[in-house]
Design a protein around this ligand. Structure first.
Ligand code: ZN
Length: 186
């Protein structure tokens, strides 16, 4: 975060982002612990020696594979998402929680998750739950160029062209029979 004084609104939004990331990370830890527990139980059932179980768990932990692979990926995605959202704080701080915003894809090469969200309108507080652009809940993850604009806001010409391209691509995907879906867990 650039070293400058934050406004009250910026501070508040930062807190919301950090809190939701904390919750997600705590869930990630819990899920991982459950899979590790199951894994260990399975090895015990198979009659594996304690020492060997210990060795395998340690190796998987150090290499970030086995049950720790998902943990590592989710952790990286979440922390990157948090950094992105923090970067956008100065721009987003003035958004009103109860005001409605429309998800806009800025490029024809937006990912399918973003294209599925393109044109959807929710309140800012709902978007914070669903996930804001670049927060890591879409396939493009932190490479997201999408934006949330105030519902009904007049868009400039360049912006409209980008929208038309995105809409065209979205139709193509649907016609190809590809599911334009909102992807997995955030
Ligand atoms: Zn996007």
């Amino acid at each position: 975060m650039p070293d400058k004084n934050l406004t009250a609104k910026e501070k508040k939004l930062m807190e919301i982002h950090i809190k939701s990331t904390n919750i997600a990370l705590a869930t990630n830890v819990k899920k991982t612990m459950l899979t590790v527990d199951e894994w260990i139980e399975r090895m015990i059932m198979e009659g594996m020696a304690d020492k060997e179980i210990e060795r395998r768990v340690e190796q998987a932990f150090l290499k970030g594979n086995g049950p720790f692979a998902t943990f590592r990926n989710t952790f990286l995605r979440r922390t990157t998402g948090l950094m992105n959202r923090i970067e956008r704080v100065p721009r987003d701080a003035d958004k009103e929680l109860e005001e409605k915003y429309t998800w806009i894809c800025m490029h024809s090469n937006s990912c399918e998750d973003c294209l599925a969200l393109h044109g959807e309108t929710h309140t800012w507080s709902e978007w914070l739950d669903i996930g804001t652009p670049g927060s890591g809940h879409t396939q493009c993850q932190d490479n997201c160029n999408c934006d949330l604009v105030k519902e009904g806001e007049t868009l400039n010409k360049e912006f409209k062209n980008a929208l038309d391209l995105a809409e065209e691509r979205r139709k193509e995907i649907v016609e190809e029979g590809g599911a334009v879906h909102v992807g997995g867990e955030r």
